[in-house]
Design a protein around this ligand. Structure first.
Ligand code: TRP
Length: 348
């Protein structure tokens, strides 16, 4: 059985989108839309798996959902050609997630490193939703029978789990699937797309930590809505070491801060780290940083400006999400109808 190529990905509505979110996800979504059908989802149901103080409560969630949508559009995703929507408006995500709760094994979820990190020491007090998070993520993808999923390194394990769930569903229900004319596989086994020089953008203050919205110092990250002055200041203050830039990539290995800045340059200019070092090998950081400021301001300035304008326009953003949700529902509804038949639920 072969499946039509379809790209699906999700971004959590956490406030304060930064360069890591852009280079690790959104920029790649923009590139993929040129030769694929794409569905991009603001995963608001995943957002509430952590304590309410973390996701910011109702106003925070609403604001962050509109902010991610604005970032998608400002970055160049075309919501007319592709589908942009928020998860909670398409109820089939939750429905399929329940079925997957009954397909996935507790042992599989116990291996998820992200749960262990997010739950921390007090695991008894984590929400059930945080534990079942990867099952909902599998449902997000498979309710569209999507085949390709652009994600960062940190989501690779969740994607493997989605494949395991798809495979177990296909096996457990193989007779029912075949009898109802769906061939030998109902769900595809979705593939991650993890590529490019900057799948992990690190803090500007500490090259061993991921760039994060929860790091106290704002100098650790470049926010998508930072203006040119803020971008310049943060890059000039970014931590480096006293040596000039190496001329080969292996020279970056023991130098996490240099590696990070070179990776950011490469990602923003659509080249490789090797190419960047061919140009800047031997240069002092002050010179390299000036070039990086120019590049970052040129790439991010227009996106930030457009984002700030769009987030004010609630009517437009909400209409984009409503239209996307309607088109997503048309696909998800068909899948869920078939899943109900396959499982044996009585109904229309
Ligand atoms: N878990 C993903 C993240 O934190 C977000 C996400 C939810 C997602 N559902 C998805 C990504 C489906 C890809 C496909 O980055």
């Amino acid at each position: 059985m072969s499946f039509k190529e379809l790209v699906f990905s999700g971004v959590q509505p956490t406030g304060n989108l930064h360069l890591g979110n852009y280079l690790g996800a959104i920029k790649r979504f923009v590139e993929l839309q040129n030769n694929h059908d794409c569905i991009y989802c603001v995963v608001d149901m995943h957002a509430i798996t952590v304590p309410i103080a973390v996701w910011g409560g109702p106003e925070g969630l609403t604001r962050a959902t509109r902010e991610v949508t604005a970032a998608f559009i400002a970055s160049g995703i075309d919501p007319k050609k592709h589908i942009v929507f928020n998860q909670s408006q398409v109820h089939e995500h939750a429905e399929l997630a329940w079925v997957f709760n009954c397909v996935a094994r507790i042992g599989w979820l116990n291996r998820m490193t992200q749960f262990k990190e997010k739950a921390g020491k007090d695991r008894e007090n984590a929400s059930v939703g945080l534990y079942a998070y990867p099952n909902l993520m599998a449902a997000d993808i498979l309710v569209y029978r999507a085949t390709h999923v652009p994600v960062g390194e940190d989501q690779k394990q969740h994607l493997e789990l989605a494949r395991d769930i798809a495979q177990k569903f296909n096996n457990d229900f193989s007779e029912s699937i075949a009898a109802r004319g769906f061939g030998d596989m109902f769900f595809p086994l979705p593939e991650p797309i993890i590529q490019g020089p900057a799948t992990r953008i690190m803090s500007l203050r500490d090259g061993s930590k991921k760039m994060s919205k929860s790091e106290p110092s704002d100098y650790s990250r470049i926010n998508l809505t930072d203006d040119a002055d803020a971008i310049a200041q943060k890059i000039r203050k970014a931590k480096t070491d006293p040596e000039p830039l190496p001329s080969e990539e292996k020279g970056l290995e023991p130098r996490p801060e240099a590696d990070n800045l070179v990776g950011i340059y490469a990602a923003l200019s659509d080249t490789t780290k090797a190419d960047v070092l061919r140009e800047f090998g031997g240069a002092q950081f002050s010179n390299f940083k000036s070039a990086l400021v120019d590049l970052a301001v040129a790439a991010l300035g227009p996106i930030g400006g457009e984002m700030k304008r769009l987030v004010q326009d609630h009517a437009y953003i909400d209409a984009v999400l409503a239209d996307g949700s309607q088109r997503a529902s048309a696909i998800a509804g068909k899948t869920m109808k078939a899943v109900k038949e396959i499982v044996g639920f009585v109904g229309r």
